[in-house]
Design a protein around this ligand. Structure first.
Ligand SMILES: N[C@@H](CCC(=O)N[C@@H](CS)C(=O)NCC(=O)O)C(=O)O
Length: 205
């Protein structure tokens, strides 16, 4: 069974949890308590010398980094829809995976670190600006489509979703971005969607 090392407040760990659930894959959750420094123990550093969650172990394959893990899981266990393999489609999906490590990390993810985890070394004004920039871009992009690319969800949606939905933890208001809000609700209706603290399932009517 796949082992997933993560922390319940980590949006990057949640990305992997969410995708394993969407793929209906059983896994073992192993908590690494970041607040107690468990990511810096020699045992954990042997798995990921970067000292970060998430990490998965699938038999003898050890892999860190949420985006890399999504690529692996989609390619190994998913159907082609999650990560289409022709050159153009693959590149379009990769573009969003890169955005998570760039604009989204510098924007809403950093603002959340500042406000929720009190990482005061972060330049909060810049994080806020970067968050507004990427949210405007996403809102515009999603104004003419249901998913980030193609007519169906891909790992691009799974990768971008967590820190965009968690933006209010970083005191970033999502109400000016109606197309982003509609896309968030659309993702929540996917079969086997799971929640995390700050990302609730849609209320049943
Ligand atoms: N590029 C990595 C970043 C992972 C990351 O930043 N993990 C955070 C939790 S969300 C972490 O482990 N932080 C502890 C640290 O960096 O000391 C990914 O996308 O998975």
């Amino acid at each position: 069974m796949i082992k997933l090392y993560g922390h319940e407040l980590s949006g990057n760990s949640y990305k992997v949890k969410l995708f394993l659930s969407l793929l209906d894959i059983e896994y073992e959750w192993l908590k690494i308590d970041l607040l107690k420094g468990e990511h810096q123990t020699p045992q954990f550093l042997a798995l990921n010398p970067f000292g970060q969650v998430p990490v998965i172990v699938d038999e003898d394959f050890v892999l860190a980094d949420a985006q890399a893990i999504l690529v692996y899981l989609a390619s190994q266990y998913g159907n082609e829809q999650w990560f289409p393999q022709d050159a153009k489609s693959l590149a379009l999906v990769m573009r969003w995976l890169s955005t998570t490590a760039g604009e989204i990390r510098q924007g809403p993810e950093s603002a959340r670190l500042y406000h929720l985890f009190k990482v005061t070394s972060i330049n909060i004004e810049r994080a806020k600006q970067r968050a507004e920039y990427i949210l405007n871009q996403l809102n515009q992009h999603l104004s003419t489509r249901q998913w980030l690319e193609f007519e169906h969800p891909t790992i691009a949606d799974v990768a971008v979703f967590p820190y965009i939905s968690l933006a209010p933890d970083g005191k970033i208001d999502l109400t000016p971005y109606p197309h982003v809000l509609a896309w968030i609700e659309r993702i929540k209706t996917l079969p086997n969607f799971v929640e995390m603290s700050g990302i609730a399932k849609p209320t049943q009517v």
